[in-house]
Write a protein that binds this ligand. Structure first.
Ligand code: ACO
Length: 332
């Protein structure tokens, strides 16, 4: 039953967590023929964190606890938990395990898979539950351990990815801080970036087969994905800004999925957003997929860069292909 209608959404807490092990570009030269110079120049990445010991739900839970603490609520206050991930510990979903580890006994929890767009898709999904008055307190986590699914002999992909988790708390509020959004998918380009299941037929009884296959490591057409990102991300941001009635000049921060510094620079340049407004931490973490936006958001908030009321233009993009943008204000 609806409790309230016409409520707005506020983002009241953030948190993040990263695995303790880091591998720099020099370390990768032991695996593939590459160099620190090639990786840094082409991508901006210098090092990445790798979850050797940590599970996805462990780092996600830690990020969530930090976000909940910042928001000043208790786990029992949460109505909904959305875990945006493509690398759950369990294919049936890891959100319920996080719900248990947090002690969020009242919350319903589910996973959402949209690759590197997962956080933005989750933000918009969570907002619908709040705006309709169904839920008041929502935890959104973006977390991925892509190192599980990287082909460590493919220098075209293994240098790009890292592991991490970020989370935000979203609450019902009188003022709506989600100012505008736009989400898109294009399955025709699905093959450009995938982590696909490959079937191995297994005969159960004569004439009846099942598929006893496995998922294969990430394959990517880097050039296609690059072209897609620099074309579609500015477009989707412009659309979301239009819906929000916000001009470029009003944007305080451009917070993009941290895939490649050249993509960040190209999007900022196309939108005429000055470099000092572009949030970037990919030098330290690489592409952490669904975690990258909340991880960068949390760092910028805790460093005091992002302040209450600041307007943030964020965009996620990646496999699917999927892409989307959300314009929001930080804080209550
Ligand atoms: N080290 C050294 N050389 C390399 C490496 C490496 N790690 N990787 C590729 N090369 C070589 C190639 O073999 C090629 O050599 P050749 O000319 O002799 O054939 C040369 O470098 C150029 O390769 P390109 O693929 O043309 O390099 P490009 O400038 O396109 O950069 C990159 C590659 C960094 C992958 C770029 O295309 C990119 O960033 N694309 C977007 C990828 C992305 O963001 N993916 C994630 C999306 S989010 C998600 O949902 C997971």
């Amino acid at each position: 039953m609806l409790q309230q209608t016409g409520v707005g959404v506020a983002i009241t807490g953030s948190g993040s967590a990263i695995p303790s092990v880091s591998l720099d570009n020099q370390g990768l030269t032991q695996l593939v023929e590459t160099s620190d110079d090639w990786i840094a120049t082409r991508t901006g990445i210098r090092q990445r964190r790798l979850a050797g010991e940590e599970s996805l739900s462990a780092i996600a839970t830690l990020a969530a606890q930090r976000a909940i603490a910042m928001a000043g609520i208790a786990p029992e206050d949460l109505d909904l938990i959305i875990l945006a991930t493509s690398t759950a510990d369990d294919l049936f979903g890891s959100a319920s395990s996080i719900q248990f580890q947090l002690g969020a006994s009242r919350a319903v929890a589910f996973d959402l898979t949209a690759a590197c767009s997962g956080f933005v898709f989750g933000l918009v999904t969570a907002s619908q539950f709040i705006r309709t008055g169904v839920y008041q307190n929502v935890l959104l986590i973006g977390a991925d351990i892509l190192s599980r699914w990287v082909d460590w002999s493919d220098r075209g992909t293994c240098v790009l990815f890292g592991d991490g988790a970020g989370a935000i708390v979203m609450q019902a509020s009188e003022r709506d801080r989600l100012l505008g959004f736009e989400l898109r998918s294009d399955g025709t380009q699905h093959q450009s970036l995938s982590l696909a299941y490959t079937a191995q037929p297994k005969e159960l009884v004569p004439g009846i087969n099942v598929q006893a296959g496995t998922y294969h490591p990430i394959t990517m057409n880097g050039k296609e994905v690059y072209r897609f990102a620099v074309q579609k991300v500015p477009e989707v941001l412009e659309k979301a800004m239009f819906r929000a009635s916000i001009s470029i000049e009003q944007i305080d921060w451009l917070l993009l999925h941290q895939a490649n510094q050249r993509i960040l620079d190209a999007v900022a340049q196309r939108l005429k957003i000055p470099t000092e407004k572009v949030i970037s931490n990919l030098a330290n973490y690489g592409n952490t997929s669904a975690a990258s936006i909340p991880l960068a958001l949390d760092e910028a908030v805790r460093e005091g860069k992002i302040k209450p009321g600041d307007i943030i233009a964020s965009s996620g993009f990646g496999a699917g292909l999927t892409w989307g943008a959300a314009i929001f204000q930080w804080g209550r």
